[in-house]
Every structure is written in structure tokens, then in C-alpha cells.
Write a protein that binds this ligand. Structure first.
Ligand SMILES: NC(=O)c1ccc[n+]([C@@H]2O[C@H](COP(=O)([O-])OP(=O)(O)OC[C@H]3O[C@@H](n4cnc5c(N)ncnc54)[C@H](O)[C@@H]3O)[C@@H](O)[C@H]2O)c1
Length: 324
């Protein structure tokens, strides 16, 4: 089989993570890299014996599949250009930074020739795969508490600029919106309070969520806390059982009334596997090779954008909001 030629648009941190994973997959070849900063494209291209190209058009001509790894507000126009030229697309999260744009990309993917996958990597992280298995097989969830903190919005520099991120919720907590849908199903309504501290936007949120299943959950997320471990934690409360994840490092289960617990650790896994990057990239290439549907669709990307949008709307209005 001919190798799948991959083009990478945006040659920063996460592009290098994907490129390292793809370089280990015999089915693909990194063909071309484009970045608005040519030196970034050249550096990544050199590492993988690819060509650095000056334009998106040139990159599309040399690629069967593209990875969109630019900052958030640059995803939509690039995704549409890639879909319209019939490419397979892996688009980093968020799919878009407003509902209208997310809907537009979703509509485009309905008649697309290629596979379209969104980079919600948490779905592939072993800690969450195992948690989902427990929730569907042995421990039906009653409620949950989820938190995701950042210590700062300084690295990369653009993460503190809502004009580029679309807002903090689209940058970091969007991971948790997708994760909560993955674990608990569709969100029906939510009520959020937010406040502004260190940055030029609302940077601290408390959200109360109701799911279509009847389950409920809280999400606490702050951009300006600290990097105290674990900055990502999920606690699920079930019938005389509590399931707790710490980062993507471990999963603890206590299912008795004595407080005894067992912990599965994923600490020993390489980071790209622990965080699900390796598995999501393999899944994307599998979908292309087997002509099978992607495991994280544009619809999933749209839904997580709708939840982020509903949280902002609830903070603005001070009232509960139905999620479309
Ligand atoms: N799934 C995850 O866990 C995860 C982790 C990190 C980043 N991300 C996402 O990946 C994207 C990139 O993040 P990063 O941390 O790699 O950022 P980065 O700043 O390290 O890299 C972005 C690169 O894109 C380039 N760029 C900007 N606009 C461009 C354009 N229009 N065309 C071509 N290149 C352009 C920049 O010059 C830069 O080199 C963001 O959307 C971010 O949210 C996802």
C-alpha cells in the first residue's frame, strides 16, 4: 500500500508530539510542514526528512492527510480548506471557538471525502478508557466532581490572549467538556458562575451540570491556580463506590464501606501513550487505511464547543442554560 503523505500546519509543541508518533507508523510519511514562522517549519521538517513549504496551498498539494496544529482561532479556515480539497483531516482541539463556526465545519464534514477527527486525546488515555469501562460495566455513576486547573496562561504566549484562544474555556477546559460527554453522555443543562482575576477574561469557573441520563456533576476550572499535582482530577460517586482519577497517571477505586481501595497506575507508560496521543494518531490512520469512521468526530467537536458556549452564556446571564 502507498504510504499516506502527511502535511502538518503549525509546527509548534503539539505538532512535534504528533510528528514523533507518526514517524513510528510505517503506513505514513511526513511529507510537508508549513508554519507562518518559516524557521519553525524548517526545524520540524528537518527532524522528519520532510519539506518545509511556504503556503498552505503547497502543503495541501503534497498531502493526503493534514494535521492542523495551529492556535485555536486558526483551525476553522484551515479545516475548511483541507476538507474542500478532499484531504483527511486531524484537527487539534477546539474544533472552533464559537458554535456557528463549529456547526459550519460539522456540516462540511457530512459530505467530505476524507476522514475528519478532532484531537480530544483524553478519550484515548488509558486512565479514562478504564474509567469509562468501569462506569458502563460495573459502577453506574450517580454524580461526579471534576476539576481542571492551569497554573498560568503564559506558555505558549498566545494562551493568555482570548482573541487567539477564543477564551480560556476553549483552550483548556474544553478537554473536560468532551471527557464528561464521553463518560456521562449528553449534557442537558448547566448553571455557571465565573470571575476574573489575573487575565483579561473570565479565568475562574464553577459549573453545575445536568445530564440527559439524570446524572449531575460539578466542574471547577481555573486558569490562574497553580500546577499542584493533580491539575486534572475526576471523582465519580456510584452505589457505595468512589472512582477517582489523578491526572492521567492513576485510577483509584473504593467499593466497600471500610475505605479500602485499589489503585491502577499508568505512571510507567510513556507520556504520548499515557495522554492518548499515540492511540488517537493510530486511530486516525486506521480510519484512513480501513475506510472506517473516526473515533472522535466533528459532531463531538461541535458538542464540546456548544458546552463551552453555554457556560459563557450562563455566566453572562446569571441563569441556567439549556445546552442545544
Ligand atoms: N490535545 C492536547 O492535549 C493539546 C496540547 C497542546 C496544544 N493543543 C492544541 O494544539 C494547538 C497548537 O498548540 P501548541 O501548544 O502546539 O502551540 P504552539 O504555539 O507551540 O504552536 C503553534 C504553531 O502554529 C504556528 N501558526 C500560527 N498560525 C498559523 C497559521 N495560520 N498557519 C500556519 N502556522 C501557524 C505558530 O507559528 C506556531 O509555531 C492549539 O489549538 C492547542 O489548543 C492540544
Amino acid at each position: 500500500m502507498k504510504r499516506i503523505d502527511i502535511g502538518i500546519i503549525g509546527a509548534g509543541y503539539i505538532a512535534a508530539v504528533h510528528a514523533d508518533v507518526l514517524a513510528r507508523d510505517d503506513r505514513v510519511r511526513i511529507a510537508a510542514v508549513h508554519d507562518v514562522v518559516p524557521a519553525c517549519a524548517e526545524r520540524l521538517a528537518r527532524t522528519h526528512s520532510a519539506i518545509a513549504v511556504a503556503t498552505t496551498l503547497d502543503l495541501l498539494e503534497r498531502s493526503d492527510a493534514v494535521f492542523i496544529t495551529t492556535p485555536n482561532t486558526q483551525h476553522v479556515s484551515l479545516a475548511i480548506a483541507a476538507i474542500e480539497t478532499g484531504k483527511h483531516v486531524f484537527c487539534e482541539k477546539p474544533l472552533a471557538t464559537n458554535v456557528a463556526d463549529a456547526q459550519m465545519v460539522f456540516e462540511k464534514t457530512r459530505n467530505a471525502r476524507g476522514v475528519f477527527q478532532v484531537g480530544h486525546n483524553r478519550r484515548f488515555a488509558p486512565v479514562y478508557v478504564e474509567l469509562k469501562r468501569m462506569l458502563s460495566e460495573t459502577h453506574a455513576p450517580h454524580s461526579a466532581h471534576v476539576k481542571m486547573n492551569r497554573g498560568e496562561l503564559l506558555k505558549p504566549e498566545w494562551t493568555g490572549n482570548p482573541e487567539i484562544t477564543g477564551g480560556f474555556l476553549y483552550e483548556t477546559p474544553i478537554h473536560m467538556f468532551d471527557m464528561m460527554r464521553f463518560l456521562f453522555g449528553e449534557v442537558e443543562s448547566l448553571h455557571a458562575i465565573g470571575s476574573r482575576h489575573e487575565y483579561n477574561e473570565i479565568d475562574d469557573f464553577s459549573v453545575l451540570m445536568k445530564f440527559a441520563s439524570g446524572m449531575h456533576a460539578t466542574l471547577a476550572t481555573a486558569a490562574d491556580a497553580s500546577w499542584l499535582f493533580p491539575f486534572e482530577r475526576v471523582e465519580v460517586f456510584c452505589h457505595h463506590a468512589t472512582l477517582v482519577t489523578r491526572e492521567m497517571e492513576s485510577l483509584t477505586k473504593s467499593s466497600n464501606l471500610e475505605g479500602h481501595f485499589t489503585t491502577q497506575t499508568m505512571q510507567q507508560l510513556p507520556r504520548e501513550e499515557k495522554w492518548g496521543y499515540l492511540q488517537e494518531d493510530r486511530a486516525f490512520i486506521d480510519s484512513i487505511a480501513n475506510n472506517s469512521p473516526p473515533l472522535v468526530t466533528a459532531f463531538d467537536g461541535l458538542r464540546s464547543v456548544e458546552i463551552a458556549d453555554a457556560v459563557y452564556e450562563s455566566v453572562r446571564s446569571g441563569t441556567p442554560v439549556n445546552v442545544r
